[in-house]
Design a protein around this ligand. Sequence first.
Ligand code: SAM
Length: 229
Amino acid sequence: QLSNRLEAVAKLVPQGSFLADIGSDHAYLPAHLILNNQITGAIAGEVVKGPYESAEKLVNDLLLTDKIDVRLGDGLEVIKAYDNVSAITICGMGGTLIRDILERGKNKKCLTRKELLILQPNVGSHVLRHWLVENHYIIQDEKILSENDKTYEIMVAEASDRKVELTESEELFGPFLMKESSDIFKKKWQFELEQYERVKKQLSQSKTNQDEKIAQINHQCDLIKEVLS
Ligand code: SAM
């Protein structure tokens, strides 16, 4: 039984994909997709020995060794050109970590730009959107969900031969998510706004000059108020 978060990611993986799930931990996502006949095969990449062994165990227990190749290695380096990976999932990490994995993968030529990227950052999704834009990827879809009092964002991106800019608000909130403006989205940003207001209050009581930080926070708050209005 997958978490709602991974279930939502699974729904975004195209039928018939050959998947590389990076930071796969137990390999729950590729195993689920294989068992549902949604993908033809997968690589489950892990950089840490413990999770790598958990993934190996699950794949062995489910008798899926001919469909899922569990590989130990850093980020996209587990992908080889002959794999013909058509989709990459990187889920359950911070946006900065996912961005760094993509950047290293790009520099080491493990990213061919043919793969559909399905990314689920736990925090810092704007960092990832920024990287996608700078690297000429186009965000095709986004989802937001909440599970166990946490909010998760998922984005799907495809390489393009041109740069499609996002506005400052689109980069922060997500172009699809801000348009959709779901209850979960509104709740998340209402909460963020309250956090910013709290920090601002603390900064304004500080003995040292915090004008610059306060101005930055005011700007963020203005963007949030605008998207919530
Ligand atoms: N993807 C799963 C999910 O969403 O439930 C597991 C998320 S788990 C919190 C993050 C996993 O990413 C950990 O197992 C960690 O070892 C792995 N990881 C972190 N950095 C990595 C890297 N550079 N390359 C491969 N795996 C990495």
